[in-house]
Write a protein of this length. Sequence first.
Length: 410
Amino acid sequence: MTILNRLPRVPAQYRSVYGGLLTISLLFGANFTVTGAVLPQMIRSFDWSYTAAASVMAAGSIGYFGATFVSGFVVHRIGLRVTAVIGMTLNACALALFGATPSLLVNVLLYVVIGVGSGCVEVVLNYGAVRMERDGRSQLMNLLHAAFSVGGMLGPLAASRLLDVGAPWQVVFRIIAAGAALAAVWMALLPFQRLEEPLPPPRRGNTASAGGSGVAELPLDHLLVGLCVALLFIYVGAEVGVSGWIAEYFVSVLGSTPAQGAFLVTLFWGGILAGRLLLAFFYTGTNSALAILTLAAVAAAGLIVAVAAGGPVAAAAGFVAGGFGFSCIYPLVMSIVGRYVPARRQSVAVGLASSGGGIGALVFPLPIAAVAQQIGIRRGFLLYVLLTLLLIGIAFATVLRTRAIDRSRP
């Protein structure tokens, strides 16, 4: 069987929309990683401390959390198209202005707007994929997040090249802003209504129409939704922190140049991309919880190697392995939502789970930056190792819960 035969099949009625989602996912990925890529240069050009830089990232997480939480409740009312256009427009405007002044307050406020736009886009991407892929599988979701990883690689790579030729670090933000503006126009023209077909009426009794399989499902399992929120809370907190601080880690601990540090962010996201492509093409199972547990163990092992390494090559290999472990945790969590959450609750569950990620991105960077400021960034990264070990425990609990739900089904 050739690789093309393994390519996930997009239902014909959704192909144009899916192409649009792939594009905004790529832009979202570039937007997500480029700040970490230029962080060393940003800190030095604006004379910011680690905690000041972390406050900018935290501001984005505040906006992201608020937008994902609200969007989960209102997306089925205002529609995916309006939500996507709002998100991309906000991103375009804020990215065009970010870094124009060294004022910490101004950049914090702009990053709040970037976070709001990103949160809107996040809910559109995940809810859209859940509506297309309703059989509990994760191939389309993984491929969509693979596009995010491509953007996650291209953003830092572009930043690295621009820094190499002496361009201001702000230029890469302007490039992404232009792409976001064009994408907003494109989103306004796509037939998102095909994803918003009327849901089947709820069944009488304690069952509801399934979100994924078209058969009767158990009522909404609040414990499972809580575990999904917890998974993304820890996972996003760890991934955002690692991605955001790799460049500075290599510059301050291993003596790399800012351009080399930016390139290391690309390598980390290369590991994430490899994992997402492999699962998109080759993973056809529906045991998403067990897959999450396996990947969490790989992520923990990779970060342990990276932090223990004394040289840049071994550290880079560890971070790439860590990226591979992080790769599909997010889309697999969303696939659990698609399989186990009744269709009428899916947009809310997607929003809540995404909000968990936003809280994680908000809670962890500031205290870890404070630790790095006081005792060194290498010790700060040890806290990310601890987070991945905690992630393993939550993933194990999710495996047990999904098995219990499967056993209780008629």
